[in-house]
Design a protein around this ligand. Sequence first.
Ligand code: NAD
Ligand code: TDX
Length: 333
Amino acid sequence: MKLLVTGGAGFIGSNFVRYILKKYPSYRIVNLDKLTYAGNRGNISDLNANPRHEFIRGDIADRTTVDEAMAKVDAAVNFAAETHVDRSIASATAFIKTNISGTHTLLESARKHRLSRFVHISTDEVYGSIPRGSFTEKSGLNPSSPYSSSKAGADLIARSYFITHKVPVIITRSSNNFGPFQYPEKVIPLFVINALEDKPLPLYGNGLNVRDWLYVLDNCEAIDKVLHKGKDGEIYNIGGSTHLSNVELTKKILEMLGKSSKLIKKVDDRPAHDFRYAVNCTKIANDLGWRPRAIFDEALAATITWYEINKPWWKKIINNNYREYYRKQYGRA
Ligand code: NAD
Ligand code: TDX
């Protein structure tokens, strides 16, 4: 199979590209990535000499680039997106352009090139917050941030291309991922790095907001199953089944690193901060036989070790974005 992976120089995309090339020795990947602040060639430097991996620097909203890439492949997985909620609150423009227009451009091209499969990577955030229980794939969309709204818009357009144009679209909605190569603006890498450097950990609001943590390689396995065995037009939730409040998560990180909880600094809350995300994963378990394998504490410890070992990777990112990191380090207050 020849596969187009968009956003394959980002966190989940780079883990997925590596996972697929290793698992399927005959597969070829065309990796299309704009290399925004979040994309990093260093995330895929081990693939530089791999003849089965072709990297193209380009924008998913650019029709010519997309058509050229799409002409080379049989199927596509779309990871490319603007992904940080806080940035979408500061300015939503890039989110609308990439997440909505970019997805539309890809769908048009997939239609033209008659792709055999188009997996669109969405998020549990499109369902909005749920105080208890969990959302199924039939639940309505109720996003609250410009990020999640742009992802919900993309989901609806993707679904419409299946219904109207019979483009073989499948959507995945996963919970919060963590693991190697995650850009250190997201809570786990940010807090691990700050703790390693004995800097404050800016915990938003009362710290009681709950997220369901999914190890990135479990997500890669789920997407692999969806790509090969999923049914056209379907949506699959993917969750880690590890629900933790932010304060519980923060204390775990500090404990694993042997650091004091005095490093926790409560700061102003994120505007419209969703309280709790939770997805019901019965469908992917029953239909595709997927369940998360990782044991959370072990996967978190392995992730912490990865950041300890790969200091030059995150030091370079921080040095290139010094002002931003200074602001994050001291929080919003
Ligand atoms: P990321 O921010 O680490 O990486 C995004 C990648 O997309 C980067 O390499 C970036 O350069 C690229 N990109 C951005 N705009 C582009 C454009 N216009 N054209 C081409 N490339 C572009 O993101 P991530 O955390 O790896 O998330 C990947 C996908 O998974 C996203 O669609 C996100 O919404 C979804 N998702 C993420 C999580 C999570 O916890 N990280 C959870 C659920 C869903
Ligand atoms: O400095 C921080 N302090 C803090 O308390 C940061 C960055 C976050 N938080 C809190 C906010 C959230 O409740 O931690 C929780 C997780 O925050 P993020 O890492 O920013 O993730 P979240 O907003 O939950 O969204 C993530 O999961 C779903 C990804 O960024 C999305 O791309 C994905 O769709």
